[in-house]
Design a protein around this ligand. Structure first.
Ligand code: GLA
Length: 526
């Protein structure tokens, strides 16, 4: 078992097939804030190589806020004269000479966050707003950056001289168009808007922040995990929810550091190291270079582990497929945000049957071949990630609402229709369940389960459990409309062998509050 995981780990770090994995690398912000300079960036690039982290897949060196000097009367940006006396290009060249990619930082608005939130005068007027073309030319053509994190403080009314919200979607689309238009379509972009921005984000960026800034405390990590737990449907196709930079090695306990890393890996967040690489401890390095967990993060399917069960407040099981959609290899996470607890789950709840080979990846322990149930002691503030390889994949019959993608869901604008996923808070023998509400009433607002698995394909009766029945909806399977359902069903549909998409839509009226979808294979001859 160990050998095969190591082989997969090597593969995962350089995803040779499937979608591109979440961005990996080092970023200057957590450890240094604006106190950065040429020699610091070079020494961190050196350390990425000498510690072996580059070869684990950490291939970006991102220069965050703090590099700005001024914008001159002709609109041209100048880096800080003391921190980067020779400019940024020699630093970017140095990063490239180490086989690494260089990431830049800017703001979609007028002023950067260190100006707006920290009062740093150097961050005033240096954001991209009104300078998209010239800044893109400077950063990508002249300096040669490969990636950019684009913040939004300057797009808020407090961050620009027009005192208005410049509009997230508009600004990020304009910036993407400027980058593409200048001939740099391969430049990766991260949207730093601190909440899930909505469906448009995936058209311009490879990741988007989903929560406010992280800090080196367990409370901060736990709150970001809880903000991203139910965002799994929005991570697909090589686009990811960004849970912010890693605080591993910056003062949390060893267990908390391991938990942050494990959860970021299983939840397919970008992995941007935030500590000083030159002085990190052997424990920190061992956490960051856990290749088996990195393989889970960089898995070619590019999925974020989704909540399978909530045991109690802050106690969750999450799971996702690895390697093959609907295959026998899956990843299971047990997570306890507060106290220690023994968590148990039947493999059948994970759609796995027969004997299951199990390896725990945080501690690196083979648990051998188990059958029926997995049970494990999870420490306080702890997580364990299990690599499962089963004899059989079982067919799932129930799909909770929180596994569905809601096309109009977003968390930043109160003016737009919001398909809200809210906690129903019902603790039953199935755990806590969420309801999807606010979907429908427009052609842009629909919901879809993307990973509906059929072992053989064929006819099924689909029915729905709802908190309140709305006006009903059309059921569209793999693009084919199977007709109108009154909200409960059953409705006869046809699934293909393998993965299917079941989409519900009602362009004129709201779909009621959805709890779950149930599938029953139609008996032959009916
Ligand atoms: C914001 C971002 C941080 C960091 C700072 C820089 O707060 O969310 O990640 O980039 O700005 O000022």
């Amino acid at each position: 078992m160990k050998t095969s995981i190591a082989a997969i780990a090597a593969l995962g770090a350089f995803a040779a097939f499937g979608v591109p994995g979440p961005t990996m690398g080092w970023s200057s912000w957590n450890a240094y804030h604006s106190d950065i300079c040429d020699s610091l960036i070079r020494s961190q690039a050196d350390a990425l190589v000498s510690t072996g982290l580059r070869d684990c897949g950490y291939d970006h060196v991102n220069i965050d806020d703090g590099w700005f000097g001024r914008r001159d009367e002709n609109g041209r940006l100048h880096p800080h004269e003391k921190r980067f006396p020779d400019g940024l290009k020699p630093v970017v060249d140095y990063i490239h000479s180490k086989g690494l990619k260089a990431g830049a930082y800017s703001d979609a608005g007028e002023n950067t966050c260190s100006n707006v939130c920290g009062g740093d005068p150097l961050g005033a007027g240096v954001g991209l707003y009104r300078h998209d073309a010239e800044d893109v030319d400077y950063l990508f053509r002249e300096c040669g950056f490969d990636f950019i994190k684009v913040d939004y403080c300057g797009g808020l009314p407090i961050g620009n001289s027009e005192k208005r919200n410049l509009g997230e979607e508009k600004r990020y689309r304009e910036i993407r168009a400027a980058i593409d238009g200048a001939g740099f379509p391969d430049v990766g972009m991260n949207i730093c808007r601190w909440d899930y921005p909505g469906a448009w984000a995936r058209e311009v960026a490879c990741s988007w922040r989903v929560a406010p800034d992280i800090n080196e405390s367990w409370e901060s990590c736990a709150s970001i995990i809880s903000e991203s737990l139910f965002l799994a449907p929005y991570a697909y196709g090589g686009r990811y929810n960004d849970m912010d930079m890693l605080e591993v090695g910056r003062g949390m306990t060893f267990e908390e550091d391991r938990t942050q890393f494990a959860m970021w890996c299983a939840m397919a967040s970008p992995l941007m190291i935030g500590c000083d690489l030159a002085s990190m401890s052997p424990e920190t390095l061992s956490i960051l270079s856990n290749r088996e967990l990195i393989a889970v993060n960089q898995d070619p399917l590019g999925l974020q582990a989704a909540v399978v069960r909530q045991f109690g407040p802050g106690e969750f099981a999450l799971a996702k497929d690895l390697l093959t959609p609907g295959g026998v290899t899956r990843c299971l996470v047990f997570y306890c945000a507060s106290g220690a607890k023994t968590l148990s789950m039947d493999f059948s709840e994970l759609d796995l049957g027969g004997k299951v080979e199990v390896r725990e990846l945080v501690e690196g322990k083979d648990l051998g071949s188990l059958e029926g149930t997995i049970s494990y002691d999870i420490p306080a503030h702890g997580a364990r990630v299990f690599w499962l390889k089963a004899e059989k994949r079982l067919e799932r019959t129930r799909y909770p609402a929180h596994w569905a993608y809601l096309s109009a869901y977003q968390e930043i604008s109160a003016e737009k229709p919001i398909g809200a996923c809210y906690l129903h808070g019902m603790l039953s023998d199935r755990g806590y369940w969420h309801a999807a509400a606010g979907v429908g009433g427009s052609a842009d607002s629909w919901m879809a389960w993307r990973g509906v698995h059929s072992l053989e394909g064929g006819e099924y009766d689909v029915s729905f459990e709802m908190l309140d029945a709305g006006a009903g909806f059309d059921v569209v399977v793999n693009g084919e409309n199977f007709g109108h359902c009154d909200g409960s069903g059953p409705l006869r549909i046809r699934l293909e062998r393998g993965m299917n998409e079941i989409l519900l839509r009602n362009d004129s009226s709201a779909i009621g509050a959805m709890l779950a979808m149930d599938l029953a294979k139609a008996s032959a001859g009916r």
